[in-house]
Design a protein around this ligand. Sequence first.
Ligand code: AMP
Length: 211
Amino acid sequence: MKNIIFIAPPAAGKGTISERLKENLGYVHISTGDMLREAIKNKTSLGLIVESIMAKGEYVSDDIVISLIKDKLNSLDGKPFILDGFPRTINQALELDKNILNLNYQVIYLEISKEEALKRALGRITCSCGKTYNLNVTNLKPKVSGICDACGQALRQRDDDNEEAFIIRYNNYMEKTKPIMDYYIEKNLLVMLDATKDMEKLYNDIIEVIK
Ligand code: AMP
């Protein structure tokens, strides 16, 4: 089973599919966005630095996320991992390569149009237990409106899942993250999959490429 790096526009569904791979196959799901949101929730010094940057939809600095990722990779003990939301800049990709040089990994690019990604961002609601739902995606709605199926807590929208922040996130993605694709294409490590496919089919396509 290969390690996985997901690259995709905001709200393409990286987090949701990563959680499924984690539950079914025992991957460690490493989401820099989740790590940063946790820091904000716990009001750590890191959280205070990144809170307003993230709410606006801007990227946090390479130094911050690279340091988070290095610590995480060092604690894995050889377990297979999914990188969700890292690397997002060419600097991050280069730094990552220094740390996982000898590991077997697959980069998966999840394709989605800007319109569909915006629709998903506006419909996304999350629970503090980590579950994510989407009012605009079939089969991802909670059973009871506004309540988490798994733990019963109230669901809420992320601070950056509004149209204004989405546009900034999407533009940052096009300018800084999309160029990473060429880097991985040259290394022959990238496959492209359709993120708007039925979740079951997308999951099966991923299983095929990580064998
Ligand atoms: P995500 O949960 O992946 O949508 O990330 C949410 C936000 O966290 C992004 O819009 C950025 O502000 C920040 N973030 C997460 N990962 C990175 C990264 N690798 N580089 C820069 N900023 C990041």
